[in-house]
Each structure stands twice: as C-alpha cells, then as structure tokens.
Design a protein around this ligand. Structure first.
Ligand code: KIV
Length: 284
C-alpha cells in the first residue's frame, strides 16, 4: 500500500483544500496489486463533486437508466443520456478519472460504429475513458478503440445489458462457468483494456481473475479479492428502496430526504415557512 496516497486521501477527507493530482489511465493500471482503487458511480455534477476528493474513478454508469430515469433496466439508455450525464460529471470532478459507459446498441454492431460513438462520448463530455460490457466477443472492438486513442474499461461476469439472453441478472456462481469468464478476462486484457469491472461472481473466480490478469479488477458483488471496488452511489448512501445483497448502505439518505420534505410540507401548510429570516427586507 502506498503511504503517500493513503495520507493524501485521508487528508482530502478531512481537509478539502488538500488536492490530489488528477488520476490518469496509466496511473489507474499501475495500481494493480497495490492500494485498492476506490470507485463510485456518479450521474450529476453535485454528486461527482462530493465523491471527487476521495474517489480514484467515477463511472457514469448506464445504471442511470434505472437510478435516475426510473427505467426497468439499462436497455433503454441512449448515447444522448450518457453524454448529458457525462458532461455533468466531468464538470463536477477535477481529480478522479471519469469513465462513461457505452449504452446498449451503441458499440456491438461493429468496431467502426463503436469508435464513432465512443469518440462522440469523449469529444462531447471530456471524459477520460469509456466502459463497455463484453468479453471474448468484444475483444476486437476493444482493440480497435484502444489503438485509436480511446482507453477502455471492460466489464465481464454478470453483464446487465445481456439480461434477455441470460434470462435475468444471474451471478456467476457455477464452477462450470468459470473458464468462460476467465477467457473473457484474458481476451479483454489482451485487447488493451486498462482495467476490468468484474460483476456478480463467486469469490474464487474473482480471486482467480485478480491473480491471473495483469490489469486491475474492479469488483461489484465480487468479493474483497479484487484490485478495487465500485458501487452505485445511490445504493451506497441509502437512497434506493431496494438494493442487491452485495451493497453495504453507508447512509440513510431516503429517510433523511423524506423527513425534510414532510417537514417542509407541514411548515408550508401551517404558514411557518417562510419565516422572517427567509424573506427579503425592504431597502431603506
Ligand atoms: O452501470 C453501472 O453503474 C455499472 C457499475 C455498476 C459497474 O456498470
């Protein structure tokens, strides 16, 4: 573990004036086997600003379809959604590496179409890398993007965009499936991905991927064996009513927001808000 970055991160928590240098793609890859990479999703400038001082990487995940837009899954998310939220997050973060997800339908057809859409994301948001779901079958696309200047974070294991072919959100727990996921990991690494999200896999598989791959593994529902962790911000702060079992809630935001809204409604109804102190005094 690097003492220098631990000290600076602790200092950043207590003293927002302490600034770290902007995380880069090579610096992220270099954390393989070292100090765990701290990652969260962000979809807005405000949340990005809150997370920026302590997170190494902020992901504008296509989970925003469910979390922000109330969709049933990620399949309806468009490139325009990702660009709009990507722009907001880039405005709110000046230290973390910002990665934007490629939504379903924007990269699968061909490496050329993937490049056109990923280049649009990079140009219009100012993000530093894109993420895309897929293993062996997406390796040619990852190679095409990385050789043309677009860093790629891969995503293997449980892939939410494949929910229809997989028959739902299914964690990889069956040992018979391990070889397929390891082959996916090797393929995305060989194609040039700088890191890989490993979602919903048994600890033994996460350990094996982390041991055998030379790029950092970023786990979500994949045990502490990974080189870093990522959670959806709204899940982690307790803003979502239902969360998967692998989520630890570090806050109770939904209760706090509900209580604030109820108190406001009650004070408006009883004319206790606005009080004297919340009104403009006449100019004399
Ligand atoms: O879309 C997303 O938020 C993600 C993370 C959960 C890894 O892909």
């Amino acid at each position: 573990m690097s003492t220098r970055s631990t000290i600076s991160k602790k200092a950043a928590i207590t003293d927002p004036e302490v600034r770290r240098k902007r995380m880069t793609v090579p610096a992220c890859s270099a954390r393989k086997g070292g100090e765990p990479l701290v990652c969260l999703t962000s979809y807005t400038a405000h949340v990005a600003h809150i997370c920026d001082s302590v997170c190494d990487l902020l992901l504008v995940g296509d989970s925003l379809g469910m979390v922000i837009h109330g969709m049933p899954n990620t399949l309806g998310v468009t490139l325009e959604h990702m660009i709009m939220h990507g722009q907001a997050v880039v405005r709110g973060a000046d230290k973390a590496l910002v990665v934007v997800d490629m939504p379903f339908g924007s990269f699968e057809e061909s490496p050329e179409i993937a490049f056109r859409n990923a280049a649009r994301v990079v140009k219009e948001t100012g993000c530093h890398a894109v993420k895309l779901e897929g293993g062996v079958e997406m390796a040619p696309t990852i190679r095409h993007l990385t050789r043309r200047g677009i860093p790629v974070m891969a995503h293997i294991g449980l892939m939410p965009q494949a929910m229809n072919t997989a028959g739902g959100f299914r964690a990889v727990r069956d040992e018979a499936e391990f070889e397929r996921v390891v082959a996916d990991g090797r393929a995305v690494e060989e194609a040039g991905a700088f890191s890989v999200v490993v979602e919903g896999v048994a600890p033994a598989l996460a350990e094996r991927l982390t041991r055998e791959l030379a790029i950092p593994t970023i786990g979500i529902g994949a045990s502490a064996a990974c080189d870093g962790q990522i959670l959806v911000f709204e899940d982690m702060v307790g803003l979502m009513p239902r969360v998967p079992t692998f989520v630890k809630r570090y806050g109770t935001m939904e209760e706090m927001m509900r209580a604030a809204v109820e108190q406001y409604a009650e004070e408006v109804a009883s004319r206790r808000f606005p009080g004297e102190e919340h009104t403009y005094k006449p100019k004399s």
